[in-house]
Design a protein around this ligand. Structure first.
Ligand SMILES: C[S@@+](CC[C@H](N)C(=O)[O-])C[C@H]1O[C@@H](n2cnc3c(N)ncnc32)[C@H](O)[C@@H]1O
Length: 459
């Protein structure tokens, strides 16, 4: 490998300022466009830190993705969901194959290799097809064309050795990126971090919150009821919109951990409750079903639109206020407030394997400050004697335990209302010594990482 990758272009198309134009007018091999979209999206996630979800939207996603057939879109989704989850392994394998690592500037080449390796190692795609297309992709890209033979050699070797190599790398290398593994070990220790890493490799099940009678819906849909009341569909692999009860609005998709914070407010029947940072409304829906008069505050108009359409399906109503929480001035304070603050979302890595590649320490630190300020604003909306639940789906102490600790130190009129283990049978392992909830992707056979604390405003 030479080290001037990316600086020198010997590709004829580059001379005409059309660096990405195919070298020849050959027709694309079947499946080429799908792999090209996968490489483009992988590059946007890793290089530009663009979240995956938006790019994989059927209608408004990345243009290279939206134009694909249904079948090709499914393939691209599978490649990215699996590839991002296993990226540290894939990088480690190629590093072990090369005398020296791919040069820093060889990002496009790296993504071509990762996309092909994902298919060879984890997907039901014939190896030769993954290899041929990757070689063709390298040939057509002026920055990678001179590495086409190397791509061919690396991927063919991977195909031959895949079983042994996968066994070896899975024992030696964590699937978590190093920066994040270090943070987790510092907080949770090696054992829990290893369990989180294992959970990261698995696809998350579908969890549903039902309006009532979870056992009936678990029986109807072939699921189980978790101790927290969530209905879990472990084996379901299809469109949830086709499931019984969806059109009738009797349940909504919500991770088991995400369903905990709203329940921490206890008996809220007939009370005035504000759900701050509310969209897309999963927790608002719970509060309404629990019998509260709910005001949902949300700054994003587009997310409010989505929340309203969710409530239409569920036949639920709430007062919805499009405002920044910091500027919201209700006529009178609330009996209870739920603040599900924006966060780094590192607890959701099973469902969003891109998070650990798009977020970093700076984001966590910035979001921790945002959360603290939101908590200050939210607390001002609670009446004396009232309660506030602060929650988010980060695994990071800085965005959870430490926000609450700092807030309680600065606010003598606030006190922690400890959550009692006996009130949450089955979830005892997630209740901390201070009486806060801390779940991880390894809790209760797998749920999102969540933090929640109950704070009371003194009389
Ligand atoms: C983690 S999501 C909330 C999820 C929601 N609680 C649920 O269960 O469906 C955070 C939400 O907070 C909103 N948000 C962020 N900053 C805000 C602010 N300053 N005021 C109001 N809403 C805000 C975001 O637009 C986003 O919809």
């Amino acid at each position: 490998m030479t080290s001037d990758y990316g600086r020198r272009s010997q590709h004829p198309a580059a001379k005409h300022g059309k660096g990405r134009t195919p070298r020849t007018a050959e027709p694309d091999k079947p499946g080429f466009q799908a792999r090209a979209a996968a490489v483009k999206i992988m590059s946007a996630v890793i290089g530009q830190k663009t979240p995956l979800d938006g790019m994989l939207d059927d209608h408004h996603g990345n243009p290279a993705f939206s134009v694909l057939s249904l079948q090709d879109r499914a393939l691209v989704r599978a490649i990215l969901n699996s590839g991002l989850r296993h990226l540290t392994w894939i990088d480690a394998i190629f590093n072990s194959y090369l005398d020296k690592p791919l040069p820093e500037g060889a990002s496009h080449l790296r993504h071509i290799l990762s996309v092909a390796a994902t298919q060879i190692l984890f997907l039901d795609v014939p190896d030769h097809s993954a290899v041929d297309i990757a070689v063709e992709q390298a040939r057509r890209d002026p920055r990678s064309s001179r590495f086409a033979n190397l791509v061919n050699a690396l991927l063919r070797r991977l195909g031959r050795e895949k079983h042994d190599v996968l066994e070896g790398v899975s024992k030696a290398v964590s699937p978590l990126p190093a920066w994040y593994e270090k943070r987790l070990v510092a907080t949770y220790g090696k054992e829990t971090t290893a369990a989180i890493a294992e959970a990261y490799l698995k696809l998350a099940p579908i969890d549903l919150t039902v309006k009532s009678d979870p056992q009936h819906w678990a029986d109807t849909l072939g699921g189980t009821v978790l101790p927290t009341g969530t209905v879990r569909l472990d084996k379901f692999d299809g469109a949830v919109t086709e499931l019984t009860g969806f059109a009738d609005g009797v349940w909504w998709v919500q991770d088991a951990a995400a369903a905990i914070p709203a329940r921490l407010l206890g008996d809220i029947k007939g009370k005035r409750v504000a759900d701050l940072c509310a969209a897309p409304g999963g927790k608002t829906a719970q509060l309404i079903v629990q019998g509260a008069n709910v005001t949902a505050v949300e700054q994003s108009a587009s997310r409010i639109k989505r929340m309203k359409s969710n409530f239409d399906r569920l036949g639920l109503t709430a007062e919805i206020v499009n405002a920044r929480l910091e500027e919201y001035e209700p006529a009178e304070p609330f009996d209870a407030v739920l603040l599900d603050a924006p966060c780094s979302s590192t607890g959701t890595i099973r469902r969003h394997p891109d998070v650990l590649w798009t977020k970093g320490v700076d984001d966590i630190e910035t979001l921790a400050r945002v959360q603290y300020n939101l908590l200050v604003s939210a607390f001002a909306l609670v009446r004396p004697g009232g309660t506030i639940v602060f929650s988010n789906c980060s695994l990071d102490r800085l965005e959870g335990e430490e926000v609450v600790e700092k807030f309680l130190r600065a606010n003598p009129n606030a006190e922690r209302a400890p959550i009692a283990k006996q009130d949450w049978p089955g979830l005892e392992e997630a209740i901390t010594e201070l009486g806060e909830i801390r779940t991880t992707p390894a809790t209760l056979g797998g749920m999102d990482g969540f933090f929640a604390a109950v704070i009371r405003r003194k009389q």
